[in-house]
Design a protein around this ligand. Structure first.
Ligand code: ADP
Ligand code: MG
Length: 475
């Protein structure tokens, strides 16, 4: 009851303090107000961030007052608590593994020296002394988990017998294990639904720092990622934030990623790092890969989302679509035959550009990962993209070609090349096999040749030697 009342009061107060945020969008996901506050830890962290922000605002006001119109100004930058978003705070890096070495754990109680007694003559006390032992047992209760209730015995001169202490210790440990199990379950179940509390906090920080205005809601929940829509916030000195953003959160529930190992494990760009990393770091690498690949595509002028920022496993990019409505996937849109033909030639060109200029193979290209927006096709979802010299790069390319070819042939584009012709057109190879089995065998032979070259020369062929540049197909 009192909790309910407190919540209501808090809400009222917040509404009065920030009325403009409420009006931004309907049913927003994170605005700084409606975030899930059921976790005390998260609430505390959010309050701390709010406090830090207010502190900084005050600091800026003082800075302004002191400097006035003076030509020489004093900067309070070093005293600020919240720094621009991309300066990574070390607190961000506190990860699950760190909890094994808890710096806050109480020291072990002091023990009687090895000789077994302290004092001299008649003042001698041994480790078996009932009073010393009882007090020591009471002190040891501090080592129990903080949530384990031991009453206020620690503050009094309480002496616990060994028997009582041992029973308590046993109980405390089993409670601790039970609570850990429950906690784990809770974290995972929320991660299944949307995102886990740590990710929510990461997203909240983006709103809190002003980089994003509001996170309005979820666009897509896939097996490996959850995508949100957000309105962009204020530009910083070196970054312009698009008016609408997509936030791709790579899921930290690890099992989904196991079957994707092969994309990254054999990617020489990530090879050295892969073996040394824990699974959580590998998931961050997926996000990192998507960022690098998008950047390459952007530089080549391929229509794709523009990267805004990467934070751990959360990638913020420009939103393809308008007014919170994402552009439809090619599979969901009905195009006129003219547009369909136009889309086909565009996709063909993009595949060639991707291969030649970006040195990439999409590796999951299909009508599911192409959006139709502004009268053209946009490529998305490139976390699994690899370089053509990846041990399976050409097989991935062939699969992409098959998807593209089938989609446009079924869509009525008479000019659409079949998958083998498309493969040659994109890669510049001239594989003449006229059936799929032989064609695939030749592809594998090429991949093997490249691997052998790596074995013998210690490096990849920078690009496969082929008969020349891929021919440019155009309408
Ligand atoms: P997944 O690996 O889950 O397939 P995607 O990158 O394909 O991840 O994103 C899933 C869906 O989210 C896409 O099909 C698309 O509808 C939407 N989406 C992803 N990125 C954007 C973006 N930048 N703009 C608009 N919608 C996007
Ligand atoms: Mg996808």
């Amino acid at each position: 009851m009192s909790e309910q009342l407190a919540k209501e009061l808090q809400l009222e107060e917040e509404n009065a303090a920030f009325p403009e945020v409420v009006a931004v969008a309907e049913g927003p996901f994170i605005t700084g107000e409606n975030i899930d506050t059921s976790s005390d830890l998260m609430l505390a962290q959010m309050l701390q961030m709010e406090f830090d922000r207010e502190y900084d605002a005050q600091l800026r006001r003082e800075e302004k007052k002191i400097n006035g119109d003076s030509k020489v100004s004093i900067s309070f930058e070093n005293y600020r608590k919240v720094h621009p978003y991309d300066s990574d705070s070390s607190e961000d890096e506190v990860d699950w593994q760190d909890t094994r070495h808890d710096p806050y754990r109480a020291d072990k109680p002091t023990t009687t020296p090895r000789k077994g007694f302290i004092g001299k003559g008649k003042d001698i006390t041994t480790k078996h002394d009932e009073v010393v032992c009882g007090r020591k047992n009471t002190a040891r209760m501090e080592n129990f988990a903080p949530e384990f209730q031991v009453g206020d015995g620690i503050g009094m001169d309480l002496k616990l017998s060994n028997q009582v202490f041992n029973a308590l210790k046993q109980h405390a440990y089993s409670e601790e294990r039970r609570s850990a199990r429950l906690h784990e379950k809770k974290e995972h179940s929320t991660a299944e639904k949307a995102v886990d509390p740590k990710t929510r906090l990461l997203m909240y920080k983006m709103v809190n720092s002003g980089m994003l205005e509001t996170i309005t809601g979820c666009i897509s929940t896939g097996k490996e990622s959850v995508v949100f829509h957000a309105y962009g916030g204020n530009a910083t000195e070196d970054k312009v934030i698009p008016p609408e953003c997509a936030i791709k959160v790579f899921k930290t529930t690890l099992n989904e990623f196991k079957n994707r190992d092969k994309y990254i494990k054999d990617d020489y760009r990530f090879k050295d790092r892969f073996s040394k990393l824990n699974p959580r770091k590998i998931i961050r690498m997926w996000a990192e890969k998507e960022m690098h690949n998008l950047t390459r595509m952007q530089n080549a002028g391929i229509p794709c989302p523009q990267v805004v920022i990467l934070k751990k496993h959360v990638l913020v990019m420009s939103f393809i679509g308008q007014d919170q409505i994402p552009a439809p996937k090619l599979k969901d849109v009905t195009l006129s035959s003219e547009d369909m033909k136009k889309a086909y030639y565009q996709v063909l060109n993009m595949m060639q550009q991707l291969y030649k200029e970006c040195n990439l193979v999409h590796a999951d290209l299909s009508e599911y990962n192409m959006l139709w927006h502004d009268g053209k096709v946009w490529l998305i979802d490139v976390s699994q993209s690899v370089e053509p010299t990846h041990p399976h790069g050409l097989e991935f390319l062939f699969r992409d070609c098959r998807n593209v070819s089938q989609f446009f042939q079924k869509g009525g584009v008479a000019e659409a090349l079949n998958e083998r012709e498309l493969f040659n057109a994109v890669s510049g190879f001239n594989i003449t096999a006229d059936n799929e089995v032989d064609f695939q065998a030749e592809i594998e032979a090429l991949e093997k040749m490249n691997e052998d070259h790596v074995q013998n020369h210690g490096k990849k062929l920078s690009m496969f030697s082929s008969d020349g540049d891929p021919p440019i197909y155009d309408e």
